[in-house]
Design a protein around this ligand. Structure first.
Ligand SMILES: *Cc1c(COP(=O)(O)O)cnc(C)c1O
Length: 363
């Protein structure tokens, strides 16, 4: 391969972060969320590595589950958005997928599906996110009809999703939890309903939300979870190092500018390194001047606009720098969350946005 731009994936750190989730929620079954290509890390590689450690897996969409089955993954797989057609219902049964039902339409689809077998079903309640899920008044009827349906497994799981669990001082999470508990209490069924509420930030920051199943995602990928520093930050290990080579070096004079539209101008004689990574690789175009890039042991500031295939970095303060040296865009030395904040976005978007032009290297 000609260009040396790479995303190094630290699988052992993903495992370590998963085990930290287990330590935080030891009484729950913690389902590893590996949707969106395992947050950009490679869904099949991550699933294979975690299959003897994780309780089970969750993905967002049906196709992601099929990709895992085609790769030979046999663990339970929860499809968070469920399915839309009778063919997908039948295929879900064949592939032993667990389906979330978040709308009356999906419930009708299951009730009408007439499949031979036993579908594993989760019902989703809307407790405040107002994106997907049944409202409380629909729950009792849905549970009754599904429990009476011959091709639905007895053991229903009721789930919900938090909107603000990353904000530690917000009582929104507790209000969602209370509403969830009230709505579950109103359902009359002889069976025990199991439940699932917590994403990563709720799992770590709001232990009262733990239940039969939690659904940690971003914490597996080592990103600090909250709006402020937290003890858990020290436990989470980075799982992706994005690296690229310096392919150009030049010295510019004071008052000369760099990159498209001259968005940065030097105030001294400056050495500028040009690095082979850009927004087409997933490095954020919104990254501000000064965003750190780690080169030869030092943080150096990004200067000028991020281009499609290149960025420019002020390396004047480095004693030694050469073409071919490697720049770390994020990883062990530059937290991806720091780059995200300086780019007005979140680490989830940067990790999932690393494009297919960047080879993933597993270590
Ligand atoms: C993505 C997702 C999760 C994981 O959330 P994180 O914040 O990444 O931990 C859990 N539950 C649902 C329904 C999701 O869509």
């Amino acid at each position: 391969m000609s260009r040396n731009t790479r995303a190094i994936i630290h699988l052992e750190n993903i495992k370590s972060n998963y085990l930290f989730a287990n330590r935080c929620a030891p009484s729950s079954k913690n389902i590893a969320v590996i949707k969106a290509d395992a947050y950009g890390h490679g869904i099949v590689e991550v699933a294979k590595y975690l299959q003897n450690t994780a309780y089970s897996f969750a993905v967002a969409i049906f196709d992601e589950a099929l990709e895992l089955r085609a790769a030979g993954i046999t663990k339970d797989i929860l499809v968070l958005q469920g399915v839309q057609t009778h063919e997908e219902v039948a295929s879900s049964l064949r592939h032993d997928l667990t389906l979330t039902l978040h709308s009356k339409k999906q419930i009708e689809l299951i009730l009408a599906s007439q499949v031979a077998g036993s579908l594993k079903i989760w019902l989703k309640l809307d407790t405040g996110m107002h994106r997907l899920g049944l409202v409380g008044s629909e729950l009792g009827d849905a549970v009754k009809r599904l429990e009476n349906c011959p091709w639905v497994d007895d053991e229903l799981v009721i789930s919900t999703h938090f909107s603000n669990a990353d904000v530690l001082d917000d009582d929104c999470t507790n209000r969602q939890l209370q509403l969830f508990n009230q709505q579950i209490k109103q359902v009359s069924t002889p069976k025990t309903l199991r439940s699932s509420l917590s994403n990563s930030s709720a799992l770590v920051g709001f232990p009262e939300t733990h239940s039969h199943f939690n659904r940690p995602g971003i914490m597996l990928y080592g990103v600090p979870l909250f709006d402020r520093a937290h003890a858990s930050d020290a436990e989470l290990r980075p799982t992706m190092t994005l690296k690229a080579p310096i392919i150009g070096l030049r010295t510019i004079q004071p008052a000369e500018s760099v990159g498209y539209n001259g968005k940065w101008t030097s105030n001294r004689e400056s050495n500028i390194a040009t690095v082979s990574v850009g927004y087409a690789d997933g490095y954020p175009r919104q990254a501000a001047n000064g965003t750190p890039v780690f080169i030869n042991g030092k943080r150096c500031p990004l200067v000028g606009r991020v281009s499609m295939d290149l960025i420019s970095v002020d390396v004047t303060d480095l004693a030694l720098v050469e073409i071919g040296d490697t720049a770390e865009l994020w990883g062990n030395n530059i937290p991806v969350k720091e780059v995200a904040t300086l780019s007005n976005t979140i680490a989830y978007e940067l990790l999932t946005g690393v494009s297919k032009r960047v080879p993933r290297i597993y270590s």
